[in-house]
Design a protein around this ligand. Structure first.
Ligand code: AMP
Length: 285
């Protein structure tokens, strides 16, 4: 039977008991409204552990004041059903009051890799993420934690935090799960109207366009970036937040395609902010 735990103290007691009994614990943190991308993370986590814990918590501190915290889609009943089907052992579902009791004032901040991409357009976002993930690690005590490559920068930031703070947790990244037409799955896709949904395909098409240009010999990032921007601008409802070609570890912008270059995009389609990314490999010389 899947357990649902709401209290921080109870989750800690349960996790400690499971560890003492010799189990290997994995954690998949989510904000709920679960889709196939989340479920894939859970399947991977299950393969690496014998107790699978997921958290469902729409974390207020990672949303900016004008962002969609209030509207963020929620479906706790549907989520529990999906989690049970995939074989989750424990769902940790705290209230905001449990996670941020009055008086709490400590934050975790990762410095350099948060100064690019989404870190620029969403000030404070990653501080909210690292703080809540550090807390979730302390509450659920996992040996392994699984994150999606769809949020490439988030995975980078969390891996850095774990290294820098000597957290004894193995971080595993899982490739982006897509809809049949290529749109990266996201809880936010539910905001899109049918016309916007069609425009949203320009993210995936941008990744493919860049891969094709590099495959055909283009090495100048500015040229590829320009082509992508033109493609995105040609679609209705779109507004570019950023198109970045950057180093896959430091996330610093690069001028020429190296052995591996990260293409990361953030585009607003109507009011919905979507992100996508791919690692582009330069073909052998
Ligand atoms: P979220 O609920 O959006 O905070 O996402 C929870 C976890 O699921 C994060 O590690 C995300 O990177 C991951 N995730 C979200 N969408 C996808 C996707 N389409 N493919 C793979 N992982 C995903």
């Amino acid at each position: 039977m899947m357990e649902v735990i709401e209290s921080v103290k109870e989750m800690q007691r349960r996790a400690e008991a499971l560890r003492l009994a010799g189990h290997t614990l994995s954690l998949v943190p989510t904000m709920g409204f679960l889709h196939e991308g989340h479920l894939e993370l859970m399947r991977v986590a299950k393969k690496h552990s014998d107790i699978l814990i997921i958290s469902i918590f729409v974390n207020p501190t990672q949303f900016g004041p004008t962002e969609d915290f209030q509207q963020y889609p929620r479906d706790p009943e549907g989520d529990l059903k999906k989690a049970e089907e995939v074989g989750v052992d424990i769902v940790f579902m705290p209230t905001a009051g449990q996670m941020y009791p009055p008086g709490s004032q400590t934050k975790v901040r990762v410095e350099k890799v948060t100064q690019h991409l989404c870190g620029l357009s969403r000030p404070g976002h990653f501080e909210g993420v690292t703080t809540v993930v550090a807390k979730l690690f302390n509450i659920t005590k996992p040996h392994i934690a699984v994150f999606g490559q769809k949020d490439y920068q988030q995975l980078t930031v969390i891996s850095r935090m774990v290294m820098d703070l000597d957290m004894d947790i193995e971080i595993i990244g899982v490739p982006t799960v897509r809809e049949p037409d290529g749109l990266a799955m996201s809880s936010r896709n539910s905001y899109l109207s049918p016309e916007q949904r069609r425009s949203a395909l320009c993210l995936k098409e941008s990744l493919e366009l860049a891969e094709k240009m590099v495959m055909e010999g283009e090495r100048n990032c500015a040229v590829v970036k320009q082509a992508i921007e033109a493609l995105i601008r040609s679609r209705p409802f779109t507004r570019i937040d950023y198109v970045s070609l950057c180093h896959p570890v430091t996330l610093e912008e690069v001028d020429a395609f190296g052995e591996e270059t990260l293409l990361a995009l953030a585009v607003k389609v109507g009011e919905t902010r979507l992100i996508d990314n791919t690692l582009i490999r330069r073909p052998g010389k």
